[in-house]
Structure formats: structure tokens, C-alpha cells
Design a protein around this ligand. Sequence first.
Ligand code: ZN
Length: 408
Amino acid sequence: MSDPFLIRNARIVDVSNGAIEAGRSVLVRRDRIEAIGRFPGWSGASLDAAGSYLCPGLIDCHVHFFLDAGPDPRGSYISSDDSRRMATARKNARLAIQAGITTMRDCAAPGHLIVRFRRQGDAGDVPGPHIISCGYALMRPQGHCYFLGGEVATVRDLRKRIEWNLSHGAGFVKLMASGGGLTPGTIPHEADLPVKIMKAAVREAHANGVRITAHCHATDSIRRGIEVGLDMIEHASFVESPGRYRYDEELTRQIRDAGIIVSPTVYSALQTARRFRAAGAAHNPGDVAAVERLEGRLINTGHFRRLGMKIIGGTDCGATNTPFDSLVDELDSYTEAGLTRTEALRSVTDMGAYYLGLSQVGQVRPGHRADLTLLEGNPLEDLEVLRQPLKVYKSGRLVHERNGGDSA
Ligand SMILES: [Zn+2]
């Protein structure tokens, strides 16, 4: 489509107000939405939306481009070379953009590969969403996801890693504050990153003007996260020693009162629990409460909603049996936990963007980046319509058409 162009006769999905504005036209110039209204004299390029729904592109706030979303993501990562790993990331990115996900936040990757991958995407060489990445996540030696790189033993190591990440375009800092289900040798109910390192990381991140988050399964790791002043917590699983899932209301209130944003990543947890039940064993022998811990994430999310927590929507895709088009499944789990459809959708559009510090993303509004999906039905009434968008625009460029294949 030439530039500028008009999308005529659309129903705009106003996620912020949970409302639909019918009979609107949207003028897109370069990568931006320039204006919304009626343009009776328009003679330039245009597309007749014929009353279909124009929705902001979605944001998946927790992904792993270099994991293959199969039954054993760690094993397949370790047995691959870099070119296979890049192919996995390309495949993941394509699946996401076809599902209308126009921004993704990568929460642990081999730093050197995601830098290359993001550059290819920015140059338009690889179809896929905008990427915000932490680069290498940072963990204790042999800590959770150490196979992706990012081990730090001292504050000095930590500073070096953060400096490398930020000088290579990282948008935030990610810590692994407890063990994880993917990594044998770690224990999910143990807070295994020292407070001293976490404190230094928070200082370093904030001194550089970026936010900091941490993977926290262990209740103790959540406690440490609040103490050191994290901006966000991923998973917030609440597992205690010696391996027991127990939701902690008092601690949850502390998270809320500290203004910490939570990314509950429910769908991948449920998928992994299903896998463990079927296989009769977890990936990690140290993960003694695996199924309860994973299924607890849905329960936690209900409590988060009840307490009015700040929630961002993310799938943890790339992890076990969680493909890159799973975001609607994640939203379904939020509605099951008690969020309204509009609240669920906002966690991956305007509110997700706001909490991630992304300006001019996540709404169909003048001045915003033209990351848009055209949908057959109203997502405020039925989230299912998000799964197969008619068209997907990234920065004003048509990158996917349901009936026409990929345009990128
Ligand atoms: Zn993750």
C-alpha cells in the first residue's frame, strides 16, 4: 500500500474505554496513525474495511525467541547450533505476526543472537514483531536458564553483563531470582540469587534509566524482589521450602503497595503442568512441587485481580508446549481467573504498553505507531476473533493477510 493510505469504514476497538467506534476512517502515514475521522474528499490510496474491527496490535510481554516451544525446549536448544537457533527464532516470529502480535518482550535469550535477530527484524529482513529484549538474563552460576548465557558470580560480573546488554540495545534488565522448571540443578522454591547482587542490579538498571524484572517462583525470591525494589515480577508462583505451593496474600499486598507490576504467565504453566502429568515426571528433579506450582498460577491470577494488582499479559512462549501464537490462550486463562475480557485485552494492549514504558503503542489513536490488526468480529465480545486477523500492520506496513499469506 502506498503512503499515506486510508483505512475506510472501520469499527475502531477503543480498548481503554472498552468501546467500539463505528464508521471511522484511519489515516496512516509512514509508521504512524496520523488522524482518525471522516475524510469525504480523500482521493489517495485506501482500503475499505467494510465494517470490520480495527484493533491495536497485541503485545506479548514474556517470550523466548530462541526456545522451540516443544516438549523439551532446553534439550533442543542445547543440541542446536546457532544457525538452527536463528531458524527457530524466525519461525517463532512469523507465527506471532500472523497472530496479530506486533510487539514482544524477550525475557532471556543468548544475547549475541538476539542482537543479530533484532537487527534483521528492524531492517525488514525477517517478518516478525517489534522486539524489546533484556539480552542475556542474569543468573547465579549454573542458575536458571544458564545454558542461554548470563551467569554472574559477583557484582563486578553483573555490572559487566548489564553494560554489555545495554550497549547492545537491551531495553530492560532481567534477573533469575529463583530456580526454574526448565533447569535441572536449580530448585524453584529456593531464592538463589544473593540480595547483594539483586540490589546492585536494581541500582545499575535505574542508573541507566531502564526497568528491572525478575523470574520469581520461590516465595523468598518474591520477598527479596520487594526488598530490593524491583519494578516487575515474572511468574510470582509462591513456592515455599521444602517445595510447597502456597499463595501468600500478605506478600501479594506488599507487591501491590510497592507498585510492582506482575506478569503471571499462566498458559505456559498450565501447558507444562499438563505435560508433566502425562509424562509422570517434571523436567527438573529439584522441582518437587512442579504441578501444584504451575497450576497455582491460575489461582494466583484470580487473587491478583481481586487485589487490583498491575498485571501485564505474557505467555512465556518458547517454553514447554507454548507456541508463539498462544496469547489468546493466555487471555482466556485471565478471564477464567476473573478478569473481564476488556481487562484481559488491555493487559496486552494499552495497559501492557504503559506498564512496559512503551509510549504511543497499544491503542488506535492519532500519533500512535500504526501497529494494527483488522478483525472479523468484536474482540471485546469474543477474544477468539483475535486468533486469525484478516490483516496485520506493523509500523504502517501490511505484513500479513489471512487470505493472501505473508506480505513481508
Ligand atoms: Zn520465561
